[in-house]
Design a protein around this ligand. Structure first.
Ligand SMILES: O=C(O)CCC(=O)C(=O)O
Ligand SMILES: [Fe+2]
Length: 360
C-alpha cells in the first residue's frame, strides 16, 4: 500500500478551471482571453488520414485462448504491437453488464453539480483529482477535458473511501460498478499480458510484475461550440504504462493515433476494448513493440466520455529491456517512479518522454 500510494507523488499537478463549466458558458462569456490557454495554433500541422481507420488491427481473445486458433491469432497480435502499438480486442470476456454499469455511473457522475464533483477532487490520495492537470510549464496549453483518476489495483492499494460515492452504485455495499469493472479488467489484462509474454518468450513472473498496478481514469471531453477545431481534449502523448485498456463510454469519436507522421481517427468496433502499448512495454521489448502516440479531438456539439485503465509496474520497481542473444541494448533500465515523473512532466510532447530511456 505504501509503495502504490507513492504514485500520487510522482507528478506535479496544478488546479485548473473546470472545462465542463467553461464549455457551458454563453458565447459572449467565452472571450478569446478565456480560451487562450486552450487554443493550439499548430493543431493542423499534420494530416489526418480518415481512410486508414478501417485498417486498425483487431484480435479475437477467444481465438487467442483456443489451442487450435492461437498461432494464427497470435501472429496478428504480434503484428499489431510491432507495427501499430494499438489494437482492438473482440470476445474480451468482460461481461456487457459490467461495462454497461460503469458507463451509466460515469455519465451520472459527470452530470453532478460542480461543487459535488469538486468535493471528491479534493481528496489528497487521489492520483489526479478532478480539476487538476499535469503541467510542465506556466505557458503550457491546457486540454479541453476534465479527468478523474483513482488507483484500483491491487485490491490492497485501493482506497475506496477516496472514490466518488455518487452515484451510489459506483461503490455502495451492494452495488460497486467501479470495482467490478476494475476487477474484470484485471483478468483481461492478465490474459493479454500472458499472451504477449508467450509470444516474446518472457517468464510469466516478470510479466506479472509489470502490470501489477492499475489506475483508472475517467475522461470527460465537453463539446466546444466556438472553436472545436482549435482545441484538443488530450495533447499528443504516449502512455507511461505497460499497456492501457480504453473503453469508449458513449459513441462520440475523438481518439486519433499517430502513424507515419499523420493522425488516424479511431473508429472502434462497439463491442471491442482498445489496447495500446505503453512506454514500459516498449522499453521491455527493447523497442520491438511501439508505444503509440495519440491525442483526442473535440466535437462541436457532443461530449465524449472514455475510461482508461493504465496497467503499470510497481512504483518502486524497475523495467529493463529483455534481450535476445547478440541483441544490442537500445533502452536503459529505468526506475518506474523516475520514469513516470519524467513522462508526466513531458505530457505535451508526443513520445519525447521515451528519449529519457534510450541509450544515447
Ligand atoms: O479518451 C481517449 O480516447 C484517450 C484517453 C487517453 O489517451 C489517456 O487517458 O491516456
Ligand atoms: Fe493516453
Amino acid at each position: 500500500m505504501a509503495s502504490e500510494s507513492r504514485l500520487s507523488q510522482v507528478a506535479t499537478t496544478i488546479p485548473v478551471r473546470n472545462v465542463q463549466a467553461l464549455a457551458a458558458c454563453s458565447a459572449d462569456e467565452l472571450t478569446a482571453e478565456a480560451l487562450d490557454r486552450y487554443i493550439r495554433p499548430d493543431i493542423d500541422q499534420d494530416a489526418v488520414h480518415e481512410e486508414y481507420s478501417d485498417e486498425l488491427p483487431v484480435v479475437d481473445l477467444g481465438r487467442l485462448l483456443n489451442q487450435e486458433s492461437w498461432e494464427e491469432e497470435a501472429a496478428k497480435l504480434k503484428f499489431a504491437c510491432e507495427e501499430w502499438g494499438f489494437f482492438q480486442v473482440l470476445n474480451h470476456g468482460v461481461p456487457e453488464e459490467v461495462i454497461g454499469n460503469v458507463k451509466r455511473d460515469m455519465q451520472a457522475f459527470f452530470q453532478l453539480p460542480l461543487e459535488v464533483k469538486n468535493a471528491y477532487a479534493q481528496r489528497p490520495g487521489n492520483l489526479q483529482g478532478y480539476g487538476q492537470a499535469y503541467v510542465a510549464s506556466e505557458d503550457q496549453k491546457l486540454d479541453w477535458a476534465d479527468m478523474f483518476c483513482i488507483i484500483t489495483q491491487p485490491p490492497e492499494a485501493r482506497d475506496i473511501k477516496l472514490w466518488p460515492a455518487q452515484p451510489l452504485t459506483f461503490r455502495s455495499a451492494y452495488k460497486k460498478s467501479l470495482q467490478d469493472y476494475s476487477d474484470e479488467l484485471k483478468k483481461f489484462a492478465h490474459s493479454i499480458a500472458t499472451i504477449i509474454g508467450k509470444i516474446l518468450n518472457i517468464e510469466p513472473q516478470l510479466m506479472g510484475d509489470n502490470y501489477a498496478v492499475q489506475a483508472l481514469r475517467m475522461n470527460y471531453y465537453p463539446p466546444c461550440t466556438s472553436i472545436p477545431e482549435k482545441v484538443l481534449g488530450f495533447s499528443p502523448h504516449s502512455d507511461g504504462s505497460f499497456f492501457t485498456i480504453l473503453t469508449e463510454v458513449n459513441s462520440v469519436k475523438g481518439l486519433q493515433i499517430r502513424r507515419h507522421g499523420a493522425w488516424i481517427p479511431v473508429n472502434p468496433h462497439p463491442k471491442s476494448l482498445l489496447v495500446n502499448v505503453g512506454d514500459f512495454l516498449e522499453i521491455m521489448t527493447n523497442g520491438k513493440y511501439k508505444s503509440i502516440e495519440h491525442r483526442v479531438t473535440i466535437n462541436s456539439h457532443m461530449e465524449r466520455l472514455s475510461i482508461s485503465a493504465f496497467n503499470n509496474p510497481k512504483i518502486d520497481g524497475v523495467v529493463s529491456p529483455v534481450l535476445g542473444s547478440n541483441e544490442k541494448t537500445l533502452y536503459k533500465t529505468v526506475g518506474v517512479a523516475d520514469y513516470l515523473k519524467h513522462n508526466l512532466s513531458n505530457k505535451l510532447d508526443g513520445k519525447r518522454a521515451l528519449d529519457y530511456a534510450k541509450v544515447s
